[in-house]
Design a protein around this ligand. Sequence first.
Ligand code: NAP
Length: 322
Amino acid sequence: MKAIIYKKYGSPNVLEPVEMEKPIPKANEVLIRICATSVTTADCMMRRGDTFLSRILLGFAGPTKKYQILGTEFSGTIEAVGTTVIKFKVGDEVFGFRGFGTGCYAEYKCMNENGSLAIKPRNMSFEEAASVVDGATTALFFLKEKVNIQKGQKVLINGASGSIGTFAVQLAKYFGAEVTGVCSTKNVALALSLGAENVIDYTKKDFTSMEKRYDIIFDTVGKSSFTICRNALTYNGKYITTLMSFKHVLQSILTKFRNKQKVIFAMSVNKTEALNFIRILIEDGKLTTIIDRQFRMEELPDAHTYVESGHKKGNVVITLSH
Ligand SMILES: NC(=O)c1ccc[n+]([C@@H]2O[C@H](COP(=O)([O-])OP(=O)(O)OC[C@H]3O[C@@H](n4cnc5c(N)ncnc54)[C@H](OP(=O)(O)O)[C@@H]3O)[C@@H](O)[C@H]2O)c1
């Protein structure tokens, strides 16, 4: 099978095409013929070897062999099943998440049937379905599981035009919150179309120095800090950050047991339940995806270059032609 691998941390040029053995599923695994995957900001960070925490997982000097194929989310078709598999059958169209397990920049991937895998939304193409996985489930994880968002709460989404941000705006709205999105001028119309009541253009105004207070500030792109946002939070408001760093881990531990403003940082791991919830919302027409650009698998270095410009709109998808 064809795959794109990287053997050292660095620029998008470290990504190289290779031919390798097609994997064979173990008894409890399914073999997925991958139809689409994506390039996320997290993929670019892993490729660069950014953050000490990510090197602990992927390898210090370079990615260990197990992690040399990047790609964290995918959609595809089940091509074979192991002898004990009961949840899926050959021909099922699925979407799923690998996270730090990666491995989606390849034509085939084996996965445990109990991994983050679910039947794909029937009203979405493979490209659309692949683009939903990480952004939507991460937004859901933080808003529902970590801060239990409530109807009527005032929620600010910083980075409302990014992958997590575009889903966070829609989900916060779905849960009945009053949503304010923060993005640049060119994305104001997008944030409004996704359901934000108010939009703050960060190139013109700074939400941290405005009058309004929020119950939840969700910084999906790591462009603010708890210290700077404190004045914009209510007395017991919650500051959510997606950015993995020692500072955020420490702040979330230190603020956990107090009865006022808290910092929330965590990683969502098993996403099966979230994928099934998201699928229902999509099939009911309550959640949509924004695809900025599509690239072919051979164009992955170009896709990485584009994503690390930091200004993609929603998602960047990779199609596999087989
Ligand atoms: N903790 C977890 O479980 C978890 C899971 C997944 C991802 N993550 C992390 O989440 C982060 C974000 O991922 P993502 O894929 O959603 O981001 P993304 O799509 O790459 O974000 C791009 C968006 O950021 C906006 N942006 C850039 N500068 C901004 C600023 N100063 N203020 C507001 N918006 C700005 C851009 O809009 P403009 O073009 O308008 O500037 C663009 O639309 C990554 O660091 C990733 O590692 C964490």
